[in-house]
Design a protein around this ligand. Structure first.
Ligand SMILES: Cc1cc2nc3c(=O)[nH]c(=O)nc-3n(C[C@H](O)[C@H](O)[C@H](O)COP(=O)(O)OP(=O)(O)OC[C@H]3O[C@@H](n4cnc5c(N)ncnc54)[C@H](O)[C@@H]3O)c2cc1C
Length: 479
């Protein structure tokens, strides 16, 4: 293991970002990456913790972090990679977009900065691709069992990859033109360039996974069709039902859901033509993003690149503290103020603001009426509110409103409706320990079952569900 000394030297070093003035002119990745020497130094900051909270508590994939850090410290890249791949199918995704709960749980982080685990992970997988250590590795033997996976986001990809590597024949059905789910269509290129997704999908194809795109399962293909051809089905269709803001003026033109907006820019970046009728664009506009989370921040970065005149982001919750509050002590994921690279590019944020009315001129949104709100805390730390602050109402001119307030339910799917697959009390698909739904042989993974989540959690759930499917099929069952 690395540094066991009480005083940790050297200090954490992050690779940083491209200059704002440069990156606002393109959609390329904004974050830089560490080089060999830095990775060796940074991984040496990892201490031989008796209990590695990063691995055991922080990482949803249970990545074996101290061990791959130790390999990285010695420059043993291939050995580190093997350890990384033993728990994570796609480190090139998590290495770029994971909020790194492992770092929030790093013991170094109690008194100093945590180890830069995400960057070390990204380096190991990047180095492997560069050195040709990763290439198609189809299974040596295949079983006669076939599995259909519906949806090709990180959960569906993880199910497919895990099953394919174990020798099952897997077909992934995807309604969109290209595979990848939110990796491909939601997350902007400036966080995750799409060649990264395409490289992985291409590798999986070469290893034997079949991708059928442009197919809406439940409409273009029926459950009967799938049942006749497959021994098990896994639904990984995401949680695409966006939370709406049903206030007066919601019907006005110029009020859109974040995903409709972000998808278009990702499609444009891939060379697709967006028809004028469907075009949502911020150029020259006063943009308001409602919702203070990551999706909202992605919209801010996109609007700034499109040439918005001004960009605002309103959040109804109060501004979180800069330091970790007692309500989320180490190693819990801290509820702190997060200023993303998009926020550093421009735009203004306001907290504890409730939008009450969309104002319009000739059916097009032209402004909003808002009020400031107060929040109090219950004894257990939970927020109570919001309560309108008298006399704080204000109007603001806007030409484009993007609703980025989260997702409430799984993407609609006729199979769920027709088969009466049970939902849990949060309206997501109910699954058992194997990841199986209330209908035998039908599994569900990722956001569809978890609720709106993270890429790392979707991959973890996909791996868990793949193992559940193997257990089901291993007992010689079939739908
Ligand atoms: C804008 C945005 C940015 C995000 N940024 C981050 C981030 O930076 N880091 C992070 O960790 N998480 C992020 N997330 C969350 C993360 O992307 C999701 O948790 C994750 O993608 C969920 O994976 P999934 O496979 O369950 O679903 P999805 O990625 O939603 O994929 C579901 C797929 O199923 C397909 N599908 C749906 N219905 C059908 C059907 N009937 N037939 C065929 N195909 C179907 C869809 O087209 C889609 O491709 C972000 C989410 C959003 C919306």
């Amino acid at each position: 293991m690395g540094n066991t000394a009480e005083v940790m030297e050297p200090k954490r070093k992050d690779p940083g970002y491209r200059p704002v003035a440069e990156r606002l002119n393109d959609y390329e990745a904004v974050e830089r990456q560490l080089h060999d020497n830095d990775v060796m130094i940074q991984s040496s900051r990892c201490m031989a913790c008796g209990t590695p909270f990063c691995h055991a508590y922080g990482c949803p994939l249970s990545n074996v972090i101290p061990e791959f850090n130790d390999c990285a410290r010695r420059g043993q890249w291939r050995e580190g990679l093997e350890i990384l791949l033993s728990t994570n199918n796609f480190p090139e995704f998590t290495g770029r977009v994971c909020p790194a709960p492992c770092e929030a749980a790093c013991v170094d982080g109690i008194h100093d900065d945590p180890v830069t685990i995400r960057q070390i992970e990204l380096f190991l997988i990047g180095k492997a691709f560069l050195n040709g250590d990763i290439g198609p590795a189809p299974p040596k033997r295949r079983s006669d069992k076939k599995v259909a996976v519906i949806g090709s986001g990180p959960a569906g990809l993880a199910v497919a990859d895990t099953l394919n590597k174990a020798g099952y024949s897997v077909t992934v059905y995807e309604s969109a033109r290209y595979p990848g789910g939110i990796l491909r269509y939601g997350i902007p290129d400036f966080k995750l360039e799409k060649w990264v997704v395409e490289r992985r999908v291409s590798l999986m194809r070469k290893e034997g996974v079949i991708f059928e795109t442009g197919v809406i399962v439940g409409e273009d293909l029926s459950y009967r069709f799938l049942k006749q051809r497959f021994d098990a089905i896994c639904m990984a269709c995401g949680a695409g039902e966006a939370r709406d803001l049903k206030i007066p003026g919601r019907q006005l033109q110029g009020v859109h859901f974040a995903m409709d907006y972000l998808i278009q820019q990702n499609r444009r970046n891939s060379g697709e033509i967006i028809s004028p009728a469907e075009k949502i664009h911020a150029a020259g506009k006063k943009v308001l993003v409602i919702g203070g989370g990551d999706t909202g921040s992605d919209c801010v970065g996109t609007a700034l690149r499109q040439g918005a005149k001004e960009v605002w982001q309103f959040e109804i919750l109060p501004e979180p503290p800069v330091e970790r509050p007692p309500t989320t002590p180490w190693p819990v994921w801290p509820q702190i103020l997060r200023t993303t690279h998009a926020h550093k590019e421009g735009g203004k944020r306001r907290w504890a603001v409730m939008t009450q009315t969309f104002l319009g001129k000739k059916d097009v949104v032209s402004g909003v009426e808002c009020v400031e709100v107060d929040w109090t805390r219950e004894k257990d730390g939970r927020l109570k509110g919001p309560v309108e602050k008298p006399g704080t109402g204000f109007k603001q001119d806007v030409d484009l409103v993007i609703l980025a307030m989260g997702f409430t339910a799984p993407t609609r799917n006729r199979i769920v409706d027709n088969l009466g697959v049970h939902l849990n009390d949060r309206r997501h698909i109910q699954t058992d320990d194997l990841g199986m739904t209330s209908v035998e042989g039908i599994f569900a993974a990722g956001d569809m079952a978890l609720g709106q989540s993270l890429v790392v959690k979707a991959i973890a759930d996909g791996r868990r569900t793949a193992k559940g499917i193997m257990k089901f099929l291993g007992e010689k069952k079939s739908i």
